[in-house]
Design a protein around this ligand. Structure first.
Ligand SMILES: Nc1ncnc2c1ncn2[C@@H]1O[C@H](COP(=O)(O)OP(=O)(O)O)[C@@H](O)[C@H]1O
Ligand SMILES: [Mg+2]
Length: 656
């Protein structure tokens, strides 16, 4: 820098150069020096006196040029700075081009933070330094504002009642808030840096799921909002998180990572389940009315026919027909209880890929029972299966609630139509429509319809929980619900669910899973070995009512004969104490030939465990037992998965 400055022209600037000096008269170096917006001055190495200052200095420091030229550096920089400078100069250790931040004081006493670059300069008869300053007030202000905004963000992150984390494209954590650190069992947020989910969770499946969702967000550049995820806490308990992931973008809109925000909704879920269960009880209460009516009819058939049979000679041609009726009625009663139990069972199942048509058809008999005789039930089902990923019993609850409302809207009778359809838009959707020809509703009612406890019904008739529950269920299944209604004409509820392209579980898309038709092909075979004939008959009747094929034997010997190949058999039910070969011996022999047969021992005596140990996996059912006990136990006894029995569509209350 010293090279490009003409010392004589600068010397001229000492006194004569002033703002009044005509521009034409000034040399180029003078001009560059004077007109430079950066404050520049030259000071004498020995006395620190200003030898030259440019206009920018005059403007900034508030002194006139004459005043400045009578001052030294001492008057404008701090004492320590001066002392330091003098030491450096004396030792000759100040390097040319050294950049220093010196606070300078203006005439008014204001401190200017100035970054100064000093360069030695040969000056007539002395050495001097040229200093070029940069006012960094603005930079300081920007830095402070940035610090403040960072502080502000840090504060938000620290106090927001959510866990927040962010990862780079390689899914390595690049930051998180305290909540997230706590949830991972880390003491400070900084510990998360450089880690991945594999390091932070003990559960590999959870890490994998989280990774796949992160990658989806990064690959598509679109957010994944409000998704429920299960996380194992450091103490081993499970938490349900509602988590949103959004892509993080750089200034060129390139995805550089993923940002996640979540809330722990474990408690909320528990409450929601309680709420739903309460509503289910309400719904079951309504169903029970219909079921009781049916039961009474069935009991009348049974007791009436039994009465007739008792007074009839057994060779009467009517005899077997009446017997058939009794059996039929009992079977229907069993179906009824089974359905009621299936529906009322408490635990929600995991969402599975199901055929919407199958859910609807499987639940029709239940709905008929609910709506009574005055209301017709029609269906218009899509001709193809409609795969949706749902909790089956929850969709049943939706159907039940909508049908119950439809029935209430048609006190004089009418028609309920259930429609399933496929809808093609940007995404393929499964549609479920429930229409009635009832009273319809006003706009005012429509507005509040889905609110919990909103009801227009009398006390004791409505709780206002039906549609709130429906709404919750549909939302959880990532669906939507809408309503169309005209007063005096009717109402249609339309539910849209995501079409699920995952491969369905074979057993869940078979139509008629609920088995309401009664004409299922009996595929699974059960052998009952029991010397007490009436007990054997009861068991046979119960199991046949469930669609099993049943073989009977009154002793072990007969049983072994019956089981000669190719007779199929899935489960052996045997009494333990029998004349001749006992049940345990029989089971051992059968197992040696058919290792995958299920075994159920029935006995009035509780056997000691070692007697059962000889037959691995054998179940024990103490007498006396109810038909339902029997059914439940048999279902547990199957050793081969039902999938290897195509067409078997029976589901017990205990099996799911
Ligand atoms: N199909 C329908 N036709 C007419 N009104 C209906 C229908 N479904 C629901 N509503 C109205 O919505 C209200 C709320 O329904 P819901 O949440 O099931 O509670 P509840 O049936 O206990 O009253 C009902 O009270 C009724 O006024
Ligand atoms: Mg209702």
């Amino acid at each position: 820098m010293a090279d490009c400055l003409d010392q004589r022209s600068l010397a001229g600037a000492t006194g004569s150069l002033s703002r009044e000096t005509p521009v034409a008269a000034a040399s180029l170096p003078e001009l560059v020096f004077n007109a430079n917006p950066a404050p520049m001055w030259v000071f004498d190495t020995a006395s620190l006196r200003f030898l030259a200052v440019n206009d920018a200095v005059v403007i900034r420091y508030g002194y006139s040029r004459e005043e400045l030229l009578n001052l030294t550096l001492r008057e404008v920089v701090a004492v320590e700075t001066t002392e330091w400078l003098l030491r450096e100069l004396a030792a000759d250790t100040l390097l040319p081009g050294t950049s220093l931040v010196w606070p300078h004081r203006t005439k008014a006493g204001v401190l200017l933070p100035l970054e100064a670059i000093a360069t030695p300069l040969d000056y007539p008869q002395r050495t001097a330094w040229l200093v070029v300053g940069t006012d960094i007030t603005e930079r300081r202000r920007t830095e402070a504002a940035l610090r403040q905004s960072e502080e502000h963000l840090r504060n938000i992150l620290a106090h927001i009642p959510c866990g927040v984390f962010w990862k780079d494209r390689a899914l390595i954590y690049s930051g998180c808030n305290d909540q997230f650190a706590r949830d991972c069992g880390l003491s400070v947020a900084g510990e998360v840096l450089g880690r991945t989910d594999d390091d932070l969770t003990a559960c590999p499946e959870e890490a994998e799921l989280s990774h796949s969702r992160d990658l989806q967000v990064i690959a598509n550049g679109t957010p994944l909002l409000n998704i429920e995820e299960t996380r194992t806490r450091p103490d081993g308990t499970k938490a349900t998180l509602l988590i949103s992931r959004v892509p993080m973008l750089d200034t060129q809109q390139r995805v550089i990572g993923v940002l996640g925000v979540y809330k722990d909704v474990t408690e909320l879920k528990r409450l929601e389940m309680q709420f739903r269960q309460a509503q289910k009880m309400e719904a079951i209460g309504r169903l029970a009315g219909g079921v009781a009516h049916d039961f009474n009819n069935l009991l009348t058939i049974i007791s009436g026919n039994v009465h007739l049979l008792q007074t009839m000679p057994s060779d009467d041609p009517e005899f077997p027909l009446l017997l058939d009726d009794v059996r039929d009625a009992a079977e229907r009663a069993a179906t009824l209880t089974r359905q009621l139990l299936t529906f009322s069972r408490k635990q929600p199942t995991r969402p599975e890929v199901c055929d919407l048509n199958a859910i609807v058809t499987g639940f029709l008999s239940m709905l008929r029972r609910l709506i009574g005789d005055r209301v017709q039930l029609r269906t218009e089902l899509h001709e193809q299966p409609i795969p949706v990923k749902v909790d089956r019993s929850q969709i049943e609850q939706v159907l039940l609630n909508l049908a119950a409302n439809a029935k209430d809207a048609m006190p004089q009778g009418g028609t309920i139509t259930l429609v399933t359809a496929a809808e093609q838009g940007p995404e393929r959707l499964a549609v479920l429509r429930v229409s009635d020809t009832g009273c319809g509703m006003t706009d005012e009612v429509k507005k509040h319809l889905f609110e919990p406890f909103f009801t227009t019904k009398d006390v004791g008739k409505g709780t206002g929980l039906g549609l709130a529950t429906v709404y919750g269920i549909v939302q959880k299944a990532c669906g939507t619900i809408g309503v169309d209604s005209t007063v005096g004409v009717g109402t249609t509820f339309t539910i849209r669910l995501p079409w699920c392209d995952d491969p369905p579980k074979a057993s869940t898309v078979l139509p008629g899973q609920h088995g309401t038709t009664g004409t299922r092909p009996p595929v699974r075979t059960i052998l009952i070995v029991e010397d007490e004939e009436r007990l054997r008959k009861m068991a046979r009747f119960t199991l046949e009512g469930q669609g099993f094929s049943v073989l009977e034997a009154d002793c072990a010997h007969t049983a072994l004969q019956l089981l000669a190949p190719p007779q199929p058999c899935d489960v052996l039910i045997t009494d333990m104490v029998m004349p001749g070969m006992d049940g345990r011996e029989l089971a051992t022999q059968v197992r040696s030939r058919r290792p995958d047969i299920g075994v159920v021992f029935i006995s009035g005596f509780v056997p000691n465990q070692e007697r059962l140990d000889g037959v691995p996996g054998a179940l024990f059912l103490p007498k006396p037992f109810t038909p339902l006990d029997l059914v439940k136990t048999v279902e547990r006894a199957f050793r081969r998965p039902p999938a290897s029995h195509p067409g078997s569509s029976w589901r017990s209350p205990a099996s799911s």
